[in-house]
Structure formats: structure tokens, C-alpha cells
Ligand binder design. Structure first.
Ligand code: FES
Length: 274
């Protein structure tokens, strides 16, 4: 018969698996250093199976205090969300306060403070200075008047028939006239007539039907020789220098003019004999 006063020997139990032991150890680790709570067996764990765990946890020294948390990086403007590290903090970060302007004590301007007025004044001054500088630069580069060259080759003499040729009127401002007998040179050949009216400078037209030049401005008329015969023009049209170039072409030089009233139409360079 068994002795009932004898304490019953606890039956051996199965050692918990690694997971249970680890859970028990973790529970004991999470507990504070106070031995009372740390020595309590974990829920569902066999205290007989892990006696060393409770004793170890009780004897283990308290963990060192945690260092202070690192400052939360400023993630404003970066891609983040609440779930990401620092995202919630960034989202909750307050917006920068609006800039406030202060007025001086004696500033009584109703709309702008003194600093704003000074900024406006400096801006206007800078704009005026830039405009003046630009105008000065423009003055350094005046408009260029592209005049036609004073000399040009008018081709070979055999390319012209008798009479007035208008091919150079628009481009060079002269008529080339071929005559069998010039009134002053008394020879056959070429002369170059300026297309500028001697009254007030208009450009006459050549009227082939009447074989004359007629000024549209005030009605002056000129014969094909250039001599004026009607209207207010006070003197004949001017002739220009005309010579034969080295290559045999007619060379017209507008830099030199000849006036009949001055007896210049007899100059050898006022007429090209041909
Ligand atoms: S400008 Fe030619 S007639 Fe006056």
C-alpha cells in the first residue's frame, strides 16, 4: 500500500520544443529586472522544464539604458508615406511659418513698408539705367544705308542699240544713251545721264513715244541729250564719267559728274566714242 503522506513525485514531462523555450526566455527577457515577475513561469510553459531559465533571468543584470532616439530626418518634399520610416513624422511636421514683414516705428506708409518702397525705387532705377545703356549701345551702331556701288561695268558696246537704255535706271540711277552724233562731242558713241531731276531731285520717266524724259513732280521735260526744254528745271541733266574698261566693257563711274552749263560735256570722259 502506498504511503499517502509522501509527496508525490512529479512525473517527468516532455521538454518543450525550441520555440516554447525561446518564447519563455523571451518573456523573461522582456520582463523588468525585478525578480518577482521574472521568476513567474510563462503561460502554458512547464516550470519544471525550464528552471534554469527563470533563475538565469533573475540573475541577469539589468540592460543598459537605451541611447536617446536619433533625430527624425527632414523628409519634407521627398517621396514617403506614413508607413515608411519617418513618414508619419514628416507628414505631421508643421509647415514653415509665413514670412512676416516688420515696419519701422516711424514708417506710416499705408500700403507698403519702407523696405518695399526701397525695393521699388531700386527696381525703377535699374530699369532706367538698362534702358539708357541700351540706347547708348544703339547709338554706337547707326543705321547703315546700303548705296549701290559708284562704278559698274555695263557690258560691251555691241550689246546696245541706238537710243535710251533703261536697264541701269533702278539699280544704278543712270540711263545709258547711244547716239550717232552727240551735240557737244560731234561723234557717235555713249554717254551716261543721271536720273536725278535738276529741279528738286525727283526721278523723271523716259517717254519713248515722245523720245524725252518727263519729270512727274513738276513737269520738267528733258530731251534725250539731257538738255532741259520745259518746266521748272533750271539746267540740263548731269552726265557721269564713262570709259572703256580693260576688258572692253563699258565702265560707268558715278563718282564724277559733268554739267553742260559749265562746259564739262566736252570732257573726254563725259562721252565714250564708239
Ligand atoms: S523735281 Fe522735277 S520738275 Fe520738279
Amino acid at each position: 500500500m502506498a504511503d499517502e503522506s509522501k509527496p508525490e513525485t512529479p512525473a517527468p514531462k516532455v521538454v518543450p520544443q525550441t520555440g516554447e523555450a525561446t518564447a519563455a526566455a523571451a518573456a523573461s527577457t522582456r520582463a523588468p529586472a525585478a525578480g518577482a515577475t521574472a521568476s513567474a513561469p510563462a503561460t502554458g510553459a512547464n516550470p519544471a522544464a525550464t528552471p534554469h531559465a527563470t533563475t538565469t533571468a533573475a540573475a541577469r543584470p539589468a540592460p543598459p539604458p537605451r541611447p536617446p532616439a536619433a533625430p527624425i530626418p527632414d523628409l519634407a518634399g521627398k517621396t514617403t508615406n506614413v508607413a515608411s520610416p519617418g513618414g508619419a513624422a514628416a507628414k505631421a511636421a508643421p509647415a514653415p511659418a509665413a514670412k512676416t514683414t516688420t515696419r519701422d516705428a516711424d514708417d506710416t506708409s499705408p500700403l507698403l513698408n519702407r523696405r518695399a518702397w526701397m525695393g521699388l525705387a531700386w527696381g525703377a532705377f535699374s530699369a532706367a539705367s538698362a534702358a539708357a545703356l541700351a540706347a547708348t549701345g544703339r547709338f554706337m551702331f547707326p543705321n547703315v544705308l546700303n548705296e549701290p556701288p559708284q562704278q559698274f561695268k555695263a557690258g560691251f558696246p555691241n550689246e546696245y542699240g541706238m537710243g535710251v537704255d533703261e536697264r541701269w535706271k533702278e539699280k544704278y540711277g543712270v540711263w545709258l544713251v547711244r547716239t550717232p552724233d552727240d551735240i557737244d562731242q560731234h561723234a557717235s558713241g555713249f554717254y551716261s545721264l543721271s536720273v536725278t531731276c535738276t529741279h528738286l531731285g525727283c526721278t523723271p520717266n523716259y517717254l519713248s513715244a515722245e523720245n524725252k524724259f518727263k519729270c512727274p513732280c513738276h513737269g520738267s521735260g528733258f530731251r534725250t541729250t539731257g538738255v532741259n526744254f520745259e518746266g521748272p528745271a533750271p539746267r540740263p541733266l548731269e552726265r557721269t564719267r564713262i570709259v572703256l574698261a580693260e576688258d572692253g566693257q563699258i565702265l560707268v563711274d558715278k563718282s564724277r559728274h559733268f554739267q553742260r552749263e559749265l562746259g564739262q560735256w566736252t570732257d573726254p570722259e563725259a562721252f565714250l566714242k564708239a
